[in-house]
Design a protein around this ligand. Structure first.
Ligand code: SAH
Length: 460
């Protein structure tokens, strides 16, 4: 057997590289004699000096030392800590290039994984202003040398907190709330939790805002059940921000990376805050899953609704329904919607949301979609439309099979992972359905994530 050729580069070597492409994480790809090197922050078309940092058999990693020929799409990242923080990956790239990169990523997955190169993939729907879109922040708290509290995300691949004043993909209100709580907690002498020693009190500050209502919920995640200076803390927060609707104390005394602990207590105000997507109102509690970019969620759901093509008489199943967001959107136009979701609390919220909107044509069930769907089928339920919105790992095979068995007129698939989407579409295609078109939506500008919506109809 012939020995595999040795990689043409060595660790710590500095080389001249031209970037040809981008990975789906947004790293630049350049080749040395056909051997690919992945380099964070490199952009296609650029020539650069690169230091080789890792050499594997079939590919390696490099570090950008100096860009010699800059791409027209290179922009100055507006965030001061962009290169230290792990939160965003694409701030060095023009927004138009980000959208194009996501479009290409979806096209590639459709072609390589789904063998669906003939299916049209539309241009990514972007945001007019791709900043300050997030409605939820969960930020770790640390202590500075002078004793003052600091808040910031972890440095890449570490648990060091970067001291930061602002996160420019967050709603401005979230930023200001974090700053206020940090200042007040410092003044009241509340200590930061220290992961290494498992001592101290305040672990995370979480803020959720309703984009349309401007409702604010603050969650103080603490190691202790005892909340030091509770009344003063509440008074001062309310004085600083009268629009705060809810202040919550969450207790997490475990040595864990999971942010929220089991115990949650409203210490002031309401149990829920509210937000609207289109004409539908939703209740949000500290733990409920709610899309983080409401502007783009509306665009995504509008597309899903368009693809469902409802005329008023249809029965619809929304598998993976969460707190019923898509279900209620569909229920505006359908005769009946059945939602299924595995997290019981989410189903409770979904039912409350239906009541809140006075919608009595949506029913919600706790269970695994792949188990409930075959049961429904055996009960004689024949949906006209099935909508799925699974987590990153995609749909369970049993569920895909159950969907095919139900023979709906349409399947609408919402996905946060183009690879598993393409894999599942292949199964549905082989089962007799044809993918019509795919619409990528930029739900998470400045990051490498992309969301898609697509629909299938029976092959004729
Ligand atoms: N459609 C909702 C939620 C999508 S997130 C929205 O847009 O807000 C995916 C949801 O699927 C999560 O709420 C998760 O709890 C749920 N889920 C995961 N596995 C499941 C399964 N096997 N059966 C039903 N629901 C599941």
């Amino acid at each position: 057997m012939m020995a595999k050729p040795k990689p043409p580069v060595q660790k710590n070597q500095t080389i001249h590289l031209t970037f040809e492409d981008l990975t789906h994480e947004g790293n630049g790809v350049g080749k040395v004699d056909g051997y690919p090197l992945f380099v964070p922050y490199g952009l296609p078309g650029e020539e650069a000096e690169v230091k080789v940092v890792k050499v594997k058999k079939n590919f390696g990693f490099g570090k950008l030392v100096k860009v010699k020929e800059e791409s027209e799409d290179r922009v100055e990242p507006p965030c001061d800590v962009y290169y230290q923080c792990g939160g965003c990956q694409l701030q060095h790239m023009s927004y138009s290039m980000q959208l194009e990169m996501k479009h290409n990523q979806v096209k590639n997955a459709m072609k390589k994984i789904g063998h669906l190169e003939h299916v049209p993939v539309h241009e990514t729907i972007g945001m007019a202003d791709p900043w300050r879109y997030r409605n939820k922040i969960q930020i770790p708290v640390g202590q500075k040398e002078d004793g003052k509290l600091k808040t910031g995300f972890y440095q890449k691949r570490s648990h060091n907190i970067i001291d930061m004043d602002t996160c420019i993909i967050q709603d401005e209100l979230n930023d200001r709330m974090v700053e206020t709580v940090r200042r007040i907690a410092t003044e009241l002498g509340i200590s930061a939790y220290d992961e290494d020693t498992h001592r101290g009190t305040l672990r995370h500050i979480m803020v959720r805002t309703g984009q349309t209502t401007k409702d604010i919920m603050i969650v103080l995640v603490m190691k202790t059940k005892n909340l030091p200076e509770k009344d003063k803390l509440i008074d001062e927060i309310r004085d600083a921000f009268p629009s705060v609707k809810s202040i919550v104390h969450n207790v997490n005394n475990q040595k864990t990376n999971v942010i929220l602990g089991k115990e949650t207590k409203v210490i002031w105000g309401d149990e829920y805050i509210y937000d609207m997507i289109g004409d539908i109102k939703f209740m949000i509690s500290p733990k409920s899953f709610y899309q983080v970019n409401p502007t783009q969620t509306k665009n995504l759901y509008d597309k899903a609704l368009e693809y469902a093509d409802l005329r008023g008489g249809e029965t619809v199943i929304d598998a993976y329904c969460g707190i019923g967001t898509i279900s209620l959107f569909l229920a505006q136009k359908a005769k009946k919607v059945y939602g299924v979701e595995v997290v019981p609390e989410a189903v409770t919220d979904a039912k409350k949301n239906a009541r809140l909107n006075k919608m009595d044509n949506a029913e919600f069930y706790v269970g695994q979609a792949e188990e409930l769907m075959p049961w429904w089928r055996n009960q004689g339920l024949r949906p006209d439309v099935i909508v799925v919105d699974p987590p990153r790992k995609g749909c369970d095979e049993e569920l895909l099979k159950a969907m095919l068995d139900m023979e709906p007129e349409r399947i609408v698939y919402v996905s946060c992972n183009p690879s598993t989407l393409a894999r599942d579409l292949r199964v549905l295609e082989d089962g007799g359905y044809a993918t019509q078109e795919v619409q990528p939506v930029d739900m998470f500008p400045q990051t490498s994530h992309v969301e898609c919506v697509t629909y299938l109809t029976p092959k004729v």
